[in-house]
Structures are given as structure tokens and as C-alpha cells.
Design a protein around this ligand. Structure first.
Ligand SMILES: Nc1nc2c(ncn2[C@@H]2O[C@H](COP(=O)(O)OP(=O)(O)OP(=O)(O)O)[C@@H](O)[C@H]2O)c(=O)[nH]1
Ligand SMILES: [Zn+2]
Length: 260
């Protein structure tokens, strides 16, 4: 057993936020170099400083961990690699030919990225709000996203539009896009993505009204199966005033559909 230890101080100045991944360099890695099923075990004694502090920056550790980025620690990369090798063999490929040698590892990393939001809490992006005497529509339009259809594990890509009616507090505009980005990183159906985003905005901002419209193209409908390139799926979730008041609903839909 070869033990590699980082040079991070054993007693960090602050606890590392639970929902964040710990950068690999900050783990004490215990690697059995003789065992092909190598495991990395984490040692709780070494945690980095919280994001945003000076010691979180690349000068000391060689990288910066963005606390806004979702990360799914439970993804078993080795298991995905094995499964991809099985699939390659099953379709008649030779997983040992040169071009495919690194493919299982690439696919594993790709799934880790595409499903990074599976175990995270996207609502955290809406935790910081600003008191503001503004009670009209706030709309962020054309938030591009790429998610994965849970039926075929093929991407569906498109745009989300989020509007809300504040009740004394507004949120940073980028945070609405961050919620979409994180919720998208799960296997799902478009309806659930739409509702999840609407529920989060309504709950976390105590918004008087929320409108979420999502438009996307599903690869499972364009590149396979029924093969209808150009087909577009639209979903919407209306809450509060946008659901109950036809005038508010018409106003927000007008803004969402307005030509730029
Ligand atoms: N409602 C909904 N359906 C979706 C979504 N993404 C994919 N689907 C559909 O999920 C369905 C799965 O249908 P199945 O009959 O079980 O699978 P299939 O035989 O591969 O279906 P086809 O795609 O028609 O070939 C398909 O109709 C897909 O178009 C989504 O986000 N929402
Ligand atoms: Zn599909």
C-alpha cells in the first residue's frame, strides 16, 4: 500500500461545505498499486478552505474549485467503464483496438458530467437574495441547456425561459441560469425539468408568480426511432399570478415570445 499525502494543513480554518466536492488533491489517497480494483479513500482530517477564500485558489493547490458547479461523487467511473466495454463487445466492436482503448474512460467521465446534478441541491443557487422594492416581472430568456432523456439516455437540448414576480427580494440573474444548468444534469423528462425549476423559484424566492417555459429538441425523436428532425417540444409551468390571472399570464408569455 502506497500512501500519498497532500500538503494541506490537517486543521482547515473552516469546514468544507457538505454539498461540495472536495478537490482530489486535498484527499489523503491510499492507493494499492498492486490491486487492479484500486480504491481511493478519503481521510476526513484534511479539508480545504471554503470556496472563495484565498487558499482555495490555484496558486496554492494548482486549481480552483467553483462552488457553483455541480458534482456527483457517487458516480462509479470504473463500473461505467466496464459496462461500456461490454456494450462495445455486444455490438461487435473490439474494445481493445487502438481507437477504442480510452473510450470507456471517456464515456465514464462524460456520464459523470451529464449527471453531475443528480445528487445536488439546485435550490442552493437561490439562497442569496437582495432586498429590492421591485414587484414587476423579472424574466431571463433563452437559457440554453442540455439534459438527458431518461428513456433512451440521449440528449435533449434547447432553451429555458424563467420569469417571476418578486415579493420584496430579487435573486442574482445568473442564479436562475445556474438552476437550469444543474437541474438539467440529470436523467429525466422535459416535463419534470420544467416543473422542478418552477417549484424551486416559487419556493426559494417566495415569488408571487413564476412562469417557466422550456423548448427543446429530443435526440431520441430526431436521430433514431420516429426520426423527425426539427420537431420541437414545448412545456410550461405556471405558478401563482401567472397561473391564476389571465392578464399576467398573457403579459409574461408575450415577453417570452417577443422578437428580440
Ligand atoms: N413525455 C416525454 N416523453 C419523452 C421525453 N423524452 C423522450 N420521451 C418519449 O419517451 C417514449 C418512450 O417510449 P417507448 O415506447 O417506451 O420507447 P421506444 O419504443 O423507444 O419509443 P420510440 O421513441 O417511439 O421509438 C418515446 O415516445 C419518447 O419520445 C420527455 O421528455 N417527455
Ligand atoms: Zn428518449
Amino acid at each position: 500500500m502506497v500512501k500519498r499525502e497532500s500538503n494541506i494543513p490537517a486543521s482547515p480554518p473552516h469546514p468544507w461545505p457538505e454539498h461540495l466536492p472536495r478537490p482530489l488533491e486535498t484527499y489523503n489517497l491510499e492507493v494499492d498499486v498492486h490491486d487492479s480494483s484500486t480504491e481511493c479513500s478519503t481521510n476526513g482530517s484534511a479539508s480545504p478552505a471554503p470556496a472563495g477564500s484565498e487558499s482555495d485558489m490555484s496558486a496554492e493547490h494548482g486549481f480552483f474549485v467553483d462552488p457553483n458547479e455541480a458534482h456527483n461523487e457517487r458516480v462509479d467511473l470504473k463500473a461505467i467503464e466496464s459496462a461500456v466495454r461490454v456494450i462495445l463487445k455486444a455490438v461487435g466492436e473490439d474494445p481493445n483496438r487502438e481507437g477504442l482503448l480510452e473510450t470507456p474512460a471517456r464515456v465514464a467521465r462524460m456520464y459523470a458530467e451529464m449527471f453531475a446534478g443528480l445528487k445536488s441541491d439546485p435550490g442552493r443557487h437561490l439562497a442569496k437574495v437582495f432586498t429590492e422594492d421591485y414587484d414587476e416581472i423579472v424574466l431571463v430568456r433563452d437559457i440554453s441547456f442540455c439534459s438527458m432523456c431518461e428513456h433512451h439516455l440521449l440528449p435533449f437540448t434547447g432553451k429555458a425561459h424563467i420569469a417571476y414576480l418578486p415579493s420584496g427580494k430579487v435573486v442574482g440573474l445568473s442564479k436562475l441560469a445556474r438552476v437550469v444548468e444543474e437541474v438539467a444534469r440529470r436523467p429525466q423528462v422535459q416535463e419534470r425539468l420544467t416543473q422542478t425549476v418552477a417549484n424551486l423559484v416559487e419556493e426559494k424566492l417566495s415569488a408571487r408568480g413564476v412562469a417557466v417555459v422550456v423548448e427543446s429538441t429530443h435526440s431520441c425523436m430526431t436521430m433514431r426511432g420516429v426520426r423527425k428532425p426539427g420537431s420541437l417540444c414545448l412545456t410550461s409551468a405556471m405558478r401563482g399570478a401567472f397561473r391564476d390571472d389571465p392578464k399576467s399570464r398573457a403579459e409574461v408569455l408575450g415577453l417570452i415570445n417577443r422578437e428580440s
